[in-house]
Ligand binder design. Structure first.
Ligand code: CP
Ligand code: NVA
Length: 302
């Protein structure tokens, strides 16, 4: 049966290990300059309803490196953008492609696509989740810290798709997750409630970023305004002004804490230039790993 990657919660413990083991192997092969055309002749359709730099490049280059090809499908230029149904698109695309990666607004659209497609569907970000990002971030944490087990991850900022996927990760793996979000901008309540009971090391929601950051091994943040929320930029800048990873907040974390950001970053907003360009930051390695982890996912699913 085909397998999709729609959210972190759907994954089993063995899936995580399989993806990271494969990612480490593929990363090594690439660094050694060895060809690895395991997906020769395979095609991935990439549907984009929102902008992307990393996700697009890493999936496209990833398919190329694995011997296959990736098609960039901007919804505006396809019949989806003119009202062709998700069901028809899914059924028809399944006859041409070996897999679909989709970045869109509603999580329901991705789930509908997966329901009708007979090929694997990968969620490349929705308003609700960004599973590929967090899978890759955990791989980076393993590289930098040896393991994620029992580590404290502090997420500072908007209770958005990245926060929701972190919450799902804490429900599946032994990570202590602390989040600090302004009132009214907390993560999805349903996801919080569902995951709180499964989380072995706990998920705690604070309003004070210092409390969340205290003794953290990983400090993580994301933009204050996500794609699709552009009309709220001005208001959000005021509301989130104290939810910034700066030197003072970094001092609350462990001395060897790493600082992560899924990127794109806004220096002077959710993170200061001093911190993101400083010695604790791993953001560029983090971005690189999107390539290796997504290749691992593609190889497993396709
Ligand atoms: N982090 C991430 O998904 O980046 P892009 O929006 O550039 O793909
Ligand atoms: N929360 C951000 C993540 C971008 C990778 C957004 O959805 O725009």
């Amino acid at each position: 049966m085909k397998k999709d990657l729609l959210s972190i919660y759907n994954l089993e413990t063995a899936d995580f290990e399989k993806i990271w083991k494969n990612a480490a192997r593929l990363k090594k092969l690439l660094k050694q300059g060895k060809d690895h055309a395991s997906l020769k002749g395979k095609t991935l359709g990439m549907i984009f309803d929102k902008s992307s730099t990393r996700t697009r490049i890493s999936f496209e280059v990833g398919m190329y490196q694995l011997g296959g090809i990736a098609l960039f499908l901007n919804s505006r230029d396809t019949q989806i953008g003119r009202g062709e149904t998700i069901a028809d698109s899914a059924r028809m695309m399944s006859r041409y492609l070996n897999g679909i990666m989709i970045r869109t607004f509603a999580q329901d659209s991705v789930e509908e696509l997966a329901r009708y497609a007979t090929i694997p569907v990968i969620n490349g970000l929705t308003d609700l989740f960004h599973p590929c990002q967090i899978l890759s971030d955990l791989f980076t944490i393993i590289e930098k810290k040896g393991s994620y087990e029992k580590l404290k991850v502090a997420y500072i900022g908007d209770g958005n798709n990245i926060a929701n996927s972190w919450i799902e990760a804490a429900a599946r793996l032994p990570i202590q997750l602390a989040l600090a979000c302004p009132q009214g901008y907390e993560p999805d309540k349903k996801i919080m409630n569902k995951c709180a009971t499964d989380a072995s090391e706990g998920i705690t929601l604070y309003s004070d970023p210092r409390e969340a950051a205290l003794n953290a091994d990983v400090l993580y943040t994301d933009v204050w305004t996500s794609m699709g929320q552009e009309a709220e930029v001005k208001e959000r800048k005021k509301i989130f002004k104290n939810y910034s990873i700066n030197i003072k907040l970094l001092a609350e974390a462990k001395k060897d804490a790493i600082v992560m950001h899924c990127l794109p970053a806004h220096r002077g907003e959710e993170i200061t230039a001093e911190v993101i360009d400083g010695p604790h930051s791993v953001v560029i390695d983090q971005a690189e790993n999107r390539l290796h982890v997504q290749k691992a996912i593609l190889e497993i699913l396709l």
